[in-house]
Design a protein around this ligand. Structure first.
Ligand SMILES: [Zn+2]
Length: 131
């Protein structure tokens, strides 16, 4: 599942975005629910028993209690190996989904406060679903 399954309701206000997806923890929960709607399942053995932890500055890591396989919250998603916080990704998805006109990379860069190359990569991933 490499496509982006997170969708915002049409016409969501900036206020609603910040209330619902304003913190890294909120975004992680949304991503976790979208990856495992019935709760975590080990990608190797399908066990639902796991530990979770995180390294400094990294996303949540899940370790299966049964086979010890590890997976991160963002593995297999367009957010994998990103250095940007999930909140920035959610803001970019919001900007790109709420406007009818094509948002330029420069506008995206300016609106969410990231570098031009980061905005370029982000837009490419969000539109094409490339990992
Ligand atoms: Zn397992």
């Amino acid at each position: 599942m490499k496509t982006n399954k997170i969708q915002f309701q049409a016409g969501m206000s900036l206020n609603q975005l910040l209330a619902q997806y304003g913190t890294e923890q909120q975004c992680e929960e949304v991503l976790e629910n979208s990856r495992w709607p019935q709760g975590f399942r080990c990608p190797k053995c399908s066990s639902g028993e796991y530990y979770h932890y995180r390294r400094q500055g990294s996303v949540k890591i899940f370790q299966c209690r049964n086979c010890r396989a590890q997976t991160t919250l963002t593995e297999g998603t367009i957010f994998h190996s990103t250095k940007l916080p999930l909140t920035i990704w959610f803001q970019a998805m919001y900007v790109l989904s709420q406007t009818k006109n094509n948002v330029s990379i420069l506008e995206l860069k300016r609106l969410i406060g990231i570098s031009y190359p980061a905005a370029w990569r982000m837009k490419r991933k969000l539109y094409a679903g490339h990992v």
